[in-house]
Design a protein around this ligand. Structure first.
Ligand code: C5P
Length: 238
C-alpha cells in the first residue's frame, strides 16, 4: 500500500494537477462609460492562485474583469480551457444579468430612465454538462438564509464536487480581505465548518481538498480510473 507522502510531512511527491481558476467580478457594459457589476474584489482568487502554485500545481488563472470582462466572455474562455484541466475552481462573481443592448455612444442622462436586462447563463451549470469523469469542480455560494439547504441544492444543480459556502448577514459581508464565516460542503459527504477563517487559510484548504478529490478519482485500480483523455490524469497513469 502506498503511504500518503503527507503522512511523512512531505507533499513534494504528490501528483501535481492542472487547475483552472476564475475569480473577480464580471462587468456588463451598458454604454461607452457605464457598466453593471458587483462588489467582489477578487481577493479569494488571488489567494487560491497563490495556494495552488505553492502546492506545485499548474495554474491557469482567468481574472475578471481585467483579463476577461463579461459573463459571456468568461463562459467562452472557461469552455476553451476546461478540457486541459483536472480541477475547476469557479470563484468568479458572475453578474446574474446584463443589459440587452450595449450602446455604441454615451447614453444621454435624460434618456437613462430604465435599462432592459437579460439573464446571463449559469456558467457552472453549463460547464458541468462537459465535465469529464475524474474532473473536479469547486463552486462558491454566498447565502443569508436556509444556508445549508440552499447550498446543497446548488451543489447538485451546478454539478459540483465541492462548494465553499459563505454566510452573509447585515453585519458580515464576504467582500475584501478579512475573515469570513465559511463552510465546505463535499458531494455526498458532510459539512466542514470553519467558523471565522482568513481567506488565505481557506484558499489553502480548498486547494488541498480539491487536489485530494482529483487524485482519488483517478487512483489506479479503482476500475473507473484514467477516463480522462487530457493526458494529464491526476493519478499519473496515461
Ligand atoms: O447561483 P449563485 O450565483 O449563488 O452561484 C454561485 C456559484 O456559481 C459561484 O461558484 C459562481 O462562480 C457560479 N456562477 C456561474 N454562473 C452564473 C452565476 C454564478 O457559474 N451565472
Amino acid at each position: 500500500m502506498r503511504l500518503d507522502p503527507r503522512v511523512r510531512g512531505d507533499d513534494t511527491q504528490l501528483k501535481k494537477l492542472s487547475i483552472l481558476i476564475a475569480s473577480g467580478a464580471t462587468r456588463e457594459p451598458l454604454d461607452l462609460v457605464r457598466y453593471l457589476s458587483n462588489y467582489s474584489t477578487g481577493v479569494m482568487g488571488r489567494y487560491l492562485v497563490k495556494a495552488a502554485k505553492k502546492a506545485g500545481h499548474k495554474v491557469t488563472w482567468i481574472e475578471c474583469p481585467d483579463k476577461i470582462e463579461t459573463a459571456l466572455e468568461l463562459n467562452a474562455e472557461l469552455k476553451r480551457h476546461l478540457p486541459k484541466n483536472d480541477v475547476l475552481i469557479m470563484a468568479a462573481a458572475v453578474c446574474d444579468v446584463r443589459p440587452v443592448k450595449i450602446s455604441r455612444n454615451k447614453i444621454k442622462k435624460n434618456k437613462l430612465t430604465s435599462i432592459r436586462l437579460t439573464k446571463n447563463p449559469d456558467i457552472l451549470a453549463g460547464l458541468s454538462k462537459r465535465k469529464k469523469r475524474g474532473q473536479v469542480f469547486v463552486g462558491f455560494a454566498v447565502e443569508s438564509e436556509n444556508i445549508f439547504e440552499n447550498a446543497s441544492k446548488k451543489l447538485k444543480a451546478k454539478g459540483l464536487d465541492l462548494l465553499v459556502l459563505q454566510r452573509v448577514t447585515k453585519s458580515i459581508n464576504p467582500f475584501g480581505d478579512k475573515p469570513i464565516e465559511a463552510y465546505l460542503l463535499e458531494k455526498n459527504k458532510g459539512i466542514q465548518r470553519y467558523g471565522a477563517i482568513r481567506k488565505e487559510k481557506l484558499a489553502g484548504l480548498i486547494v488541498e481538498a480539491a487536489g485530494d478529490l482529483a487524485r482519488s478519482a483517478c487512483e489506479p485500480g479503482r476500475g473507473e480510473a484514467c477516463m480522462r483523455n487530457s493526458g494529464s490524469c491526476a493519478c499519473g497513469v496515461s
